[in-house]
Design a protein around this ligand. Structure first.
Ligand code: DGP
Length: 113
C-alpha cells in the first residue's frame, strides 16, 4: 500500500501526541477529536482497511483491540467508551491505514450517524 499520514507518524516524520507504543502498534490522539478522549490505535504493519486484513493478521488484530481497551482504561473513561473502525469512503474512512478509534468521556447514542 502507499504511504499515508499514519506511516509518517510511525516514522516520526510528522508529530503526534503519542500515548502508547510497542513493537506492533502505535496509539496517538486524533487531531480532530470527536470526544474528550479520542485516540487512534494503528498497526505498524500497514493494512489499508479491515476488509483487506488476512487470516495471518488475526493475532495483530486481536492485539489492537486488547490494547485499545487497555488504553481506554488508562485514559480514565471507565466502562463507557466506543471503539470504531471505519471501512471504506462510504463509511467515513479518510485515512487508508487501518485504525481503531477509541472514543470516550461523553455520552454516546445509537445508532451512530
Ligand atoms: P477515519 O475517518 O476513520 O479514516 O479517521 C481518520 C482520523 O484520523 C480522523 O478522525 C482524523 C485523524 N487524522 C487525520 N490526519 C491526522 C494527523 O495528521 N494526525 C492525527 N493525530 N490525526 C489525524
Amino acid at each position: 500500500m502507499t504511504d499515508t499520514l499514519f506511516s509518517k507518524i510511525i516514522n516520526r516524520e510528522i508529530p503526534a501526541d503519542i500515548v502508547y507504543e510497542d513493537d506492533l502498534c502505535l496509539a496517538f490522539r486524533d487531531v480532530n477529536p470527536q470526544a474528550p478522549v479520542h485516540i487512534l490505535v494503528i498497526p505498524k504493519q500497514a493494512i489499508t482497511k479491515i476488509a483487506d486484513a488476512e487470516q495471518s493478521d488475526q493475532s495483530l488484530l486481536g492485539h489492537l483491540l486488547l490494547k485499545a481497551a487497555e488504553i481506554a482504561k488508562e485514559q480514565g473513561v471507565g466502562d463507557a467508551f466506543r471503539l470504531v473502525v471505519n471501512n471504506g469512503t462510504g463509511a467515513g474512512q479518510t485515512v487508508f491505514h487501518l485504525h481503531v478509534h477509541i472514543l470516550g468521556g461523553r455520552e454516546f447514542s445509537w445508532p451512530p450517524g
